[in-house]
Design a protein. Sequence first.
Length: 158
Amino acid sequence: MPDRKPPRLEGDERRTLHALLQYQRESLVRKVTGVSEEDARTPVVASGTTLLWLTRHMAHAESLWVLHRFAGRDVAPPRDVGEPGDTLAAAVEDYRRTWAVVDAVVSGAPSFEARCGDVGDEAPVNLRWVLMHLLEETARHAGHADILRELVDGQTGR
């Protein structure tokens, strides 16, 4: 798997943040591409984390934070775990579909100062915080996928 560097660009905050988030999203998808269904759902670390779960989890996280908590949409986030018969291809497709909806909401937001409506008992946050959180969460889990993929079949690279 060829190593890909993050994009370098000069742009405003919105463009830069989106480019880095998209790079991390695609990094995670690259890590799971080409893995067998069996390897995608086989835990190789004590926590039980799998490549299928990471993919499902990130679609869930983006939907929960942006669509539900920020935009206030009454939508059930995609499931966080694979069910029997679930496939990695379906999980990736759901994840990509979630990006498109999330990106449309973010591009329609008047500013990054817009606040989340529903964060439960937690302190209020704005869209900037949500996107920064998703960037760090996606990068963290793309790193987990790096390790899992190397353990599964020896493939390395971003």
